[in-house]
Design a protein around this ligand. Sequence first.
Ligand code: ASP
Length: 310
Amino acid sequence: MQDTPGTVAVLATGGTIAGTAASATDNIGYSAAQLGVQALVDAVPALAGVPLVTEQVAQLDSKDMDFAVWATLAARVAHQLAQPGITGVVITHGTDTLEETAYVLQRLLAPAKPVVLAAAMRPATALLRDGPQNLLDAVTLAREPGARGVMAALAGTVHSALDVRKQHSYRVDAFGSGDAGPLARIEEGRVRRLREWPAGEPLGLDCIAKGEWPWVELVTSHAGARPDGVRALVAAGVKGLVVAGTGNGSLHHALEAALIEAQAAGVTVWRTTRCLDGPVQATPADQLPSAGTLTPVQARIELMLQLMRT
Ligand code: ASP
């Protein structure tokens, strides 16, 4: 099948899209990652005539995503993309850490073919299940001529891996792209592109070949912030800290003092914002560098990758 031009590789990892509940009206009391990849494909009659290869790469609730699954997934995506007949890859995934997997794959692979994450906010047993349409849209995007890069197709909207974020805990239309806005819409099987495909230089899989991901933690600035947590992390051997500051990355003075100490002790510290949208704009007076437009979870991944390269 890989030799048939226009073939899409569907790599399944679990999530709510593969989740089941005892009742069709239960949208929260379900178990994620129950159905296999073939069942997901079979639930979409419109995929019957589309050349697909399927692979079950993992079967987990994406809240439990880990570095070993990322490494396996990245290697399988790279393998599939290298097959001449494969036009694109679809990854079924949970929504909870979708933005993290999308970001790490884009940074490692920056693929010249489309790699599209599909997910669902409702389990496969729900009255109003969103998984089948999202999977169909993802396959449509994976076959779109000229499409490239890692993206997510959710609720009829395409988000770049560089911008996508889960913004709502329950709504079916739960994802956004922050200030950048969506990349495209998918309407009745047609892709209406709004801006450029995600691009960049791939770091390559060698970057993660050793398998040791440096310990990088996220901390948050807030009223009454204390320095003790950061000091405990430094004492325990943390290699990097990403702080989600208030507003333009501003920090409670007690937390800031501990972070400056951490930096002086050799820990890399980056500032982001806990605001849902917007960058941290650097100023000449900054003692702790800004992570620019990266969200806190993106910055954590970026810092891990940079520490692995050095
Ligand atoms: N906990 C689920 C997961 O991330 C949520 C979902 O997929 O919507 O796997």
